[in-house]
Design a protein around this ligand. Structure first.
Ligand code: V47
Ligand code: SF4
Length: 395
């Protein structure tokens, strides 16, 4: 098992200071220039480069390089998908400090969907042209493997064409331990039921000095990476995320990206990297601020520069709102996620972006950024390229 240690001996004096570059760190403009030049030459950047880039005083210069790297890889095409989130239960044995979604059994607001409720949502999704359901939930103390396979089968029996992207590494670890199975055995059974790929949730921040403060009882960073490695080796693709904008520092963010880059180098199994901006309400973390646009955009740009072996960087409108998500398309992002329809996790934590976005609006957001909308499958196969703007109104 790969050990997740932080790449620096630096331990921040006060992580609560947030992820703003620390004023005591001296970074020369020459070092930043050197990193940008090397990135444009296609060279791999180091941990120190990533930290230096976060200290760059020139956001537009970062944007120009990230945009250029993205245009080389993906041209002006921007992906979106027509999907639906289904959170089968919010009952959870853990109590991550940033989470506003989970409830304890019997607590007001706790729920667990029946098969009929899941089938209904899958049918509505399929009828509205969705190609994917994204399903993640809490760690239900009483659910067994059969609950999970039934959830997948219910979706596939209702609408066989839907791709099931389901269950975070955290849920898989919990279930494997309860069922006394290896993760490979568990994934084999879920795949036989119809699982298509894994979402990227549960990664949070790998660096132990942050993780232990925000979700100390959760699967470790190395455990998360190990489960994705196992999935990739079985031929299952997956996504990866990073929760930022809470108590972490820029060193922890860059460290996180480098662990993902290393695993991608080993397996090539990640579809996309998705930075998730922290939403501050109704949780126990005590950090009561949303991220601002500069930090969101800088993080997208640095991800594009650091993650040179990733084809896709997602600007997830749910966390940043549509305006910043759109602007990120000029900072290295080439994917906006989807229609979503019933987003609960960020919504309950104070997201101001709403629960859904119509396909017609996604088209407009992309088109207004002077990019070409391309509907994609979950694993990034193009479904339809919207070459003709006149057709957008018909969607
Ligand atoms: O793991 C929980 C995050 C994640 C908060 O793979 C929060 O395509 C912000 O991973 N503020 C689940 N974030 C969502 C997720 C995801 C979403 C969309 C697409 C994909 C994909 C994956 O939500 C959790 C956690 O990191 N989260 N609470 C919060 N207060
Ligand atoms: Fe449970 Fe996931 Fe919320 Fe943590 S983030 S408390 S594991 S639902």
């Amino acid at each position: 098992m790969e050990s997740v240690t932080c790449r620096t001996s630096h331990v921040p004096p006060s992580p609560i200071a947030g992820a703003r570059p620390r004023p005591d760190v001296q970074v020369s403009y020459t070092q930043i220039q050197s990193a940008l030049t090397r990135a444009l030459r296609g060279e791999r950047l180091s941990f120190e480069d990533g930290v230096n880039l976060y200290h760059s005083p020139d956001l537009l210069e970062l944007a120009a390089v990230a945009n250029e790297l993205n245009l080389r890889k993906n041209g002006r095409d921007v992906f979106f998908n027509v999907n639906r989130h289904i959170n089968p239960t919010n009952i959870c044995a853990l109590s991550c400090k940033f989470c506003a979604f989970s409830r304890k059994p019997g607590e007001e607001g706790a729920y667990a969907y029946s098969e009929d409720e899941i089938a209904h949502r899958a049918k509505v999704a399929a009828d509205s042209g969705a190609t994917e359901v994204h399903m993640v939930g809490g760690l239900h103390p009483r659910w067994k493997l059969a609950n999970y396979t039934n959830i997948i089968r219910t979706v596939k029996e209702t609408a066989p064409q839907l791709h099931v992207k389901a269950f975070t590494a955290v849920e898989l670890d919990w279930l494997a331990r309860k069922e006394r199975k290896t993760v490979a055995e568990l994934l084999g059974e879920l795949r036989a039921a119809g699982l298509g790929s894994l979402p990227g949730g549960g990664a949070e921040i790998f660096a132990p000095y942050i993780r232990e403060k925000i979700c100390d009882t959760k699967l470790t960073g190395e455990g998360w990476l190990d489960i994705h490695r196992t999935a990739h080796k079985m031929g299952l693709r997956s996504n990866c995320t990073m929760l930022y904008g809470h108590i972490e520092d820029v060193e922890a963010r860059v460290d996180h990206m480098m662990h993902l880059r290393d695993l991608q180098e080993e397996t090539r199994g990640f579809n996309v990297f998705i930075p998730l901006a922290y939403q501050p309400e109704n949780n126990e973390l005590g950090i009561n601020r949303h991220t601002y646009g500069v930090d969101d955009l800088k993080t997208i740009a640095i991800a594009r520069l650091m993650l040179d072996n990733f084809q896709h960087i997602k600007s997830y409108w749910v966390m940043t709102g549509d305006r910043v998500a759109q602007t990120a398309l000029h900072y290295g992002a080439n994917d906006l996620d989807g229609t979503v329809v019933e987003e609960k996790i960020a919504n309950m934590a104070g997201s101001r972006a709403g629960m859904a976005m119509a396909k017609s609006k996604l088209l407009r957001v992309i088109r207004d950024a002077d990019r070409i909308p391309v509907e994609r499958s979950t694993v990034y196969e193009p479904i339809r390229r919207y070459d003709n703007p006149a057709e957008d109104m018909l969607q």
